[in-house]
Design a protein around this ligand. Sequence first.
Ligand SMILES: Cc1cc2nc3c(=O)[nH]c(=O)nc-3n(C[C@H](O)[C@H](O)[C@H](O)COP(=O)(O)O)c2cc1C
Length: 367
Amino acid sequence: MNKIFKEFTFPHGKKVRNKIALAPMTTYSSNDDLTLSNEEEIYYNSRSKNIGMVITAATAVSKNAQAFTNQISIRDGRYLESMKRLATSIKKEGALAILQIHHGGRMNQPDLYPNQDIVSASAVKAKRDYTVQPRALKTSEVYDVIDEFCNATRLAIKAGFDGVEIHGANTYLVQQFFSPHSNKRTDEFGGSLEKRLTFPLKLVDRILALKKELNEKEFIVGYRFSPEELETPGITLNHTVLLIDELASKDIDYLHVSLSNYKQTSVRNTYDLEPIVTKLVKVINKRVPLIGAGSIESNEDVDEALSLGYDLVALGMIAIADKDVVQKLMNNEIPSKEISKASLLPPQLYNRIKSWEGIKKRGYTAK
Ligand SMILES: Cc1cc2nc3c(=O)[nH]c(=O)nc-3n(C[C@H](O)[C@H](O)[C@H](O)COP(=O)(O)O)c2cc1C
């Protein structure tokens, strides 16, 4: 058990006091001008005690990137003060502050933000009722989107964050470029599997180049990905192995896999009984640390996750329910699964979670 509470050093030298992260979680609670609200500040501060690092909610890199109601923004310098407050609320408790940078692409909802241009790799609608057919980005506009992620990174550095996590998971724009479902392009960004790698890899290269230009040697650059898609065609584990092999050869500080359960097997090929993490660990081959997430809720889960080969773990729902989860794990106590006012959640997050059927199945209660 103690292994998880030991200090860890990221490849470029940044030290973290233990190997537990807060998973990135959208709060739907920014002020109406998309700056950090007081409730969010209180929530982040409460989750930063004892934990190693806090990965923030998906933060929109541009006007067209906004995918959720009241989603915090880092689209330009007007948001710098808001971002400084976010970084400070985390860092003053001794945790590392990692900003998740995000673009929703074709997952953006048409009625959420007026005059939003809903764009993607290609004009293919997602298989979700609330989505619309997006407009395919022109080649020059794809480079503009990469610039937006770089601007967000520059602002994150100015705001005092210890790193950024590229949101390449959960069906959003970065993943849309890698997916055979959403990317039918014929330019350098699409078509074959190799060309579908272009956007994520160029994005990483540009962010790493910026870090170098600014001489930010220890600044963490992480990448979150979803290993499979349910759609046909969709991302398969074979595709992902290729992406991860490429990413692991780059100068990034970590990879972060988004799963509903840290030890799950393939959802596309149910005959394949090898845990996804085992495949990932083989291809990464110790080149970069791997963060695991998905139903990690107890010391037993943490131990098993480490023995499967994850280097760090990220806590989601259990950290929403119990703000003192890390302290409890340290004391070998069982964290609470009761979501209440004492959980110090911003009201919009609390109300949403309360209405989710799925939480009961996982043993959570909300009152
Ligand atoms: C309320 C909520 C918001 C989420 N928002 C994000 C997000 O902004 N970015 C992201 O990559 N994942 C997001 N996720 C997924 C979590 O990071 C995590 O992968 C998932 O909850 C599984 O972990 P868990 O079983 O410990 O909750 C969110 C999950 C929840 C419950």
